[in-house]
Design a protein around this ligand. Structure first.
Ligand code: AR6
Length: 182
């Protein structure tokens, strides 16, 4: 498939696959998709808006019940009309120039999303590029964090999918993955 690489299976053919592809995360058939949310869990634009539109109102209702989520933390809901079983909502940091702990907070998004997925029995998980849209986090630095944590956690999953929305993001993910695994 165009723009898709399935890279180096880890510990056998099934476990620990990292897949980098271009696409729309709302279409992913995985146990959990990870939403780039806001701390109010109120929905919004970007991928958050797309996920809520496709999932339907039950997910927003669950989010309302949860009430909110701190930056870098993660909460889980069901996934309404989506193919995925669950949605993990994690608010990424807003980029203020890099001296406000943004990198550590973004890393926490990935660590806590993986933790939440493991606790809920997910074997397959898909991520979008958290914080790199409306929140302005530089794509290269964000990608390095996303992939470093994916590589650390690959043994806990059958499949970790990074869904890139643009061709440019796909190039960056592929380049940085090569760098990190060469
Ligand atoms: N599938 C995959 N990726 C997507 C999709 C999609 N359907 N749509 C957008 N992206 P953003 P943030 C990519 O702005 O920067 C919302 O209003 C997009 O190209 O969605 O964390 C929330 O409510 C980019 O690569 O999230 C928050 O208020 C990535 O998703 C705020 O935006 C993240 O971009 C969060 O901003």
């Amino acid at each position: 498939m165009q723009g898709r690489i399935a890279v180096r299976p880890y510990r056998g053919a099934v476990m620990g696959q990292i897949i980098i592809k271009r696409g729309d995360i709302t279409k992913e058939d995985v146990d959990a998709i990870v939403n780039a949310a806001n701390t109010g869990l109120k929905g919004g634009g970007g991928v958050d808006g797309a996920i809520h539109r496709s999932a339907g109102p039950s997910v927003m209702e669950e989010c309302r019940g949860i009430g909110g989520c701190e930056t870098g933390e993660a909460v889980i809901t069901t996934a309404g009309n989506l193919l995925a079983r669950n949605i993990i909502h994690t608010p990424g940091p807003v980029w203020y120039g890099g001296h406000s702990g943004e990198s550590g907070l973004l890393r926490n998004c990935y660590i806590n999303s993986f933790k939440c997925a493991i606790e809920n029995g997910s074997r397959t998980i898909a991520f979008t590029a958290i914080s790199t849209g409306i929140y302005g986090f530089p794509v290269e630095e964000a990608t390095r964090i996303a992939l470093e944590e994916g590589i650390k956690h690959r043994g806990d999953f059958d499949r970790i999918v990074y869904v890139c929305f643009s061709a440019r993001d796909l190039d960056v993910y592929q380049k940085i993955y090569e760098e990190l695994t060469k």
